[in-house]
Design a binder for this molecule. Structure first.
Ligand code: R7I
Ligand code: MG
Ligand code: MG
Ligand code: MG
Length: 307
């Protein structure tokens, strides 16, 4: 683990993209074997990322283009997300998100576009949480990262489960970024601090459920207890668990998340952001990192946002 804030900021963004790119080979599989993971880590050719990283980059650029502390301009952000979706339809987008983006592109306010999806209840997909990690670089404290996460999330995910997931993951990444490098991570204390920043009753109980999973669980056992699907409540807990299981090894945290199967790119990405934030870019596995699409820009943005 490193104490260098720039290396940690770069690790956060690169870890998120690496987990996405490695996991995308397996999205939707019920479980992934170690030899399949070895193969994707060591094969040749570019490791392409998916929608998770496309939108993470949009959010990071949103902060990079503005002076520090200026927060989020929600209509601008919604438009930039929607333009990125329109520009790259082949990146593996969620089933309902196109409706939101189409509405924003035809002039709707983000709030009504987001509210009108899924029969008026809004999305509880994990798309708000999967892209949220840059808020940890823009907010000075974990509670402010939660607030910024919520504001970034609600522009597309109006259902509270989907929007608050972004608060939880954003604040968790901030906490990971500021954990002392030379001290063992205490999972209970970590989850307490996340819960303290995110006073949403549904998420408090999901964090409790995460805490109750035995630390020695296999990926399959953890997925059985916490879920591994494209919904926010069914994926953010497993990403947190994967990180808490392997807090000092981004490679192992991401492998655990992907081995659990299901929404592997997204759960891998969220686990990678957490572990990359704690351990830094220098702790990421060099061989797959060398082949990661967009690695130069991700590193640059991390360094820039670290200040
Ligand atoms: O949340 P979102 O952007 O999806 C992200 C996922 C990640 O796995 C990406 O890697 C990509 O593959 O997609 O997109 P949404 O379409 O808003 O939500 C994802 C899915 O969650 C939807 O396609 C639905 O299956 C489910 N879902 C809902 N189902 C019923 N009712 C989300 N909200 C609802 C709902 O209100
Ligand atoms: Mg994806
Ligand atoms: Mg997909
Ligand atoms: Mg996914």
């Amino acid at each position: 683990n490193t104490a260098d804030p720039r290396d940690r900021a770069a690790g956060l963004l690169l870890g998120a993209a690496l987990g996405d790119a490695l996991g995308s080979r397996f999205e939707g599989m019920s479980a992934v074997r170690a030899d399949q993971l070895d193969e994707v880590e060591t094969s040749e050719g570019e490791l392409r990322y998916t929608d998770d990283t496309v939108l993470t980059l949009v959010l990071a650029e949103h902060f990079a283009e503005r002076s520090p502390g200026s927060g989020i301009q929600q209509q601008d952000l919604a438009l930039d997300f929607a333009r990125a979706w329109r520009a790259e339809p082949g990146r593996g987008w969620g089933g309902g998100i196109g409706h939101v983006f189409r509405a924003v592109l035809s002039g709707s306010e983000w709030s009504s576009a987001a509210r009108n999806s899924f029969g008026g209840q809004g999305s509880y997909g994990n798309g708000a949480a999967m892209r949220v990690s840059p808020v940890a670089l823009a907010a000075p404290t974990p509670p402010e990262a939660a607030t910024l996460g919520l504001r970034s999330g609600e522009v597309t995910h109006a259902h509270p489960d989907g929007a608050h997931a972004a608060a939880v993951q954003g604040c968790a990444v901030h906490l990971a970024l500021s954990t002392p490098a030379d001290t063992a991570l205490d999972p209970d204390r970590f989850l307490d601090r996340v819960a303290g920043c995110c006073p949403d009753s549904r998420w408090i109980s999901l964090l409790e459920r995460t805490r109750a999973v035995p630390r020695s669980s296999s990926p399959a056992e953890a997925a059985e207890r916490l879920g591994n699907d494209v919904t926010a409540p069914g994926s953010v807990p497993l990403a947190l668990f994967s990180f808490l299981r392997h807090p000092d090894s981004p490679r192992e945290a991401v492998r655990f998340a992907i081995a659990a199967g299901g929404d592997t790119d997204t759960i891998g990405s969220m686990a990678g952001a957490l572990a990359g934030a704690r351990c830094g870019a220098t702790a990421l596995p060099p061989e797959p990192l060398r082949r990661l699409e967009g690695a130069g820009r991700l590193r640059e943005l991390g360094t820039l946002l670290a200040g």
